[in-house]
Design a protein around this ligand. Sequence first.
Ligand code: ATP
Length: 306
Amino acid sequence: MIQLYIPLNFLGVLYREIKQSLTDLDKMFVLMEKEREVADRPGAESLPPPLGEGGGGGIANWNVTFEHVNFAYEPARPILHDVTFEIPAGKTVAVVGPSGSGKSTLARLLYRFYDVQDGRITIAGKDIREVTQASVRQSIGIVPQDTVLFNDTVEYNIAYGRPGATHEQVEEAARAARIHDFIASTPKGYQTMVGERGLKLSGGEKQRVAIARTLLKNPPIMIFDEATSALDSANERAIQAELKGVAQNKTTLVIAHRLSTVVDAHEILVLDAGRIVERGTHAALLAKAGRYAQMWKLQQQASGNA
Ligand code: ATP
């Protein structure tokens, strides 16, 4: 019996292992499928090189448009419906709306994680499906909700924004993102290991590293996905001020969870269940006394400013 049990037990383990690798393979195929979904067209051209090295290039052409965009992750569940807007070069458009309304999906589509099913997205007048993915990503800097740091030094994590950056450039970006003093106060300075196995940084410090990285990359287009997790208000105001500096003269899409961030935007879009239900400047939307005005009132009350 024991003799029989051991091989059967072994077979059980083997079965589970094979099943697991089939699941992994399955996932791999799904990933490959997705890669194929957003593959470059044969002979796709590149967008013009971004400002890159020290900036200096013009911003005149770096506008972004969404034109009648429809999108679904799964065919049975449409997420975006006929979304149309423009971010003129150098301006900021902010998107607000309830959780799940599709705000981050707009950012994912602009970065071309997925292709739209209907309509088109353009950068500098070019449909992003017609140009190389690498050049799209080169032209965009993202400060995400939750920055994932590499298990490497602070220097590496910032320099990642621009391969080949000198230490002076890294330090300059860190100073502009107001993280230099903190880095300098650690025993190993820029050589301090961060990430899961190194020094743990707070949410605000991680965002500052992401801001420094983006400053160094100096892309013409910015996506800022505001953190939902609340930073303390002094920290939050400071980060907002730094971001304003980063977004200066950049074509910027802000996914906002707090309305205080969007007051100065060129246009604010109110998204609900994947549709733009209101749009305009802060003042125009307040005057309209609709959805946005209601959201504003609620947030003011919540923060004790009403
Ligand atoms: P939040 O404010 O909570 O971040 P959001 O407005 O940014 O929300 P999205 O993340 O754009 O919302 O999600 C919009 C809808 O798409 C949600 O219903 C979500 O469940 C769905 N969704 C998001 N990512 C995927 C995915 N990879 N596959 C399938 N559905 C998804």
